[in-house]
Design a protein around this ligand. Structure first.
Ligand code: ATP
Length: 268
């Protein structure tokens, strides 16, 4: 069988502090994912079962993957990631067996999070597309596993989609992805928090007015904001040094010279 797309399965390094403007969602995830992973005995005591699967839905680039990694980190859980589109190409013909293996492996290394990114790519409803025929078998297998998940132990199943409308409704029935959590685009305050997270490590000039920049960012996604900050960092580097000359140098740059790289308002 092909190796699973993500063979590292490490505990992610992302934390809740890396996620901006989604405090309410984090609270829900702590209760629905982190608690059952860390203290299954508490849920047993209460006589309630954790959700079988948690589906994070919302527009692209607003923190779904980030949240899944963060909740795994905070739960001390290994992360088994499967990307929907990648699965079609890499697991072609062997998707059911690989899926079974992935869950077996997750179970062996629990606590674990099994994460399906862009699950709509594999679990689409009523598709007339030839290439998706295999994937209905995959969906069936996934449903079978979800239906038997009470035996899985401390394994949480998370998935994301930004095409809720395309999703096979069978996935959303009770006992499957039975917890739907909307990840909305950031509002003004969310943009502010995301910007602050991303500029944290940036060598910012003292006079940069972040509030003024936030005005321009309203309506942007978290991914857009991360992009703006990264580009600003490169712009500041280009202003300070000639890249070609820099790449010719073979010794690390001294602290004094590094201090010449400063991000100014015009870069952002
Ligand atoms: P897609 O649906 O395209 O997979 P997504 O919702 O999963 O998108 P992420 O992959 O979580 O989006 O976000 C992409 C990048 O954008 C993150 O790695 C991060 O740098 C930044 N980002 C997005 N949302 C946030 C947020 N709420 N707080 C901080 N950074 C964010």
């Amino acid at each position: 069988a092909n190796p699973a797309p993500d063979t590292e399965h490490a505990i992610p390094v992302t934390t809740y502090a890396d996620v901006g403007g989604l405090d309410k969602v984090i609270r829900i995830l702590r209760e629905t994912v982190e608690l059952p992973l860390k203290h299954p005995e508490v849920l047993r005591h209460l006589g309630i079962s954790p959700p079988r699967g948690v589906l994070l839905y919302g527009p692209p680039g607003c923190g779904k993957t980030l949240l899944a990694r963060a909740v795994a980190h905070e739960s001390g859980a290994r992360f088994f990631s499967v990307s929907g589109p990648e699965l079609i190409t890499k697991w072609h013909g062997e998707s059911e067996e690989n899926l079974r293996n992935l869950f077996d492996e997750a179970q062996k290394s629990q606590p674990a999070v099994v994460f399906f990114d862009e699950i709509d790519a594999i679990a689409q409803a009523r598709s007339s597309d030839e290439s998706l025929r295999l994937d209905s078998r995959f969906t069936t297998q996934l449903l079978t596993i979800l239906d038997g998940i009470h035996d899985l132990g401390r394994v949480a199943v998370l998935a994301t989609t930004n095409r809720m409308d395309l999703l096979d409704q069978a996935l959303l029935r009770p006992g499957r992805f039975d917890r739907l959590i909307e990840i909305p685009p950031p509002d003004r305050d969310g943009c502010r928090k995301i910007l602050h997270i991303h500029v944290q490590k940036l060598p910012l000039a003292k006079d940069v007015d972040l509030e003024a920049i936030i005005e321009d960012l309203v309506g942007a996604s978290g991914a857009d904001i991360a992009y703006v900050v990264r580009e600003a960092a490169y712009a500041s580097l280009r202003r300070a040094f000639d890249l070609n000359a820099l790449l010719e140098e073979s010794v690390p740059m001294s602290e004094d010279r590094l201090r010449l790289i400063v991000v100014m308002a015009e870069d952002l």
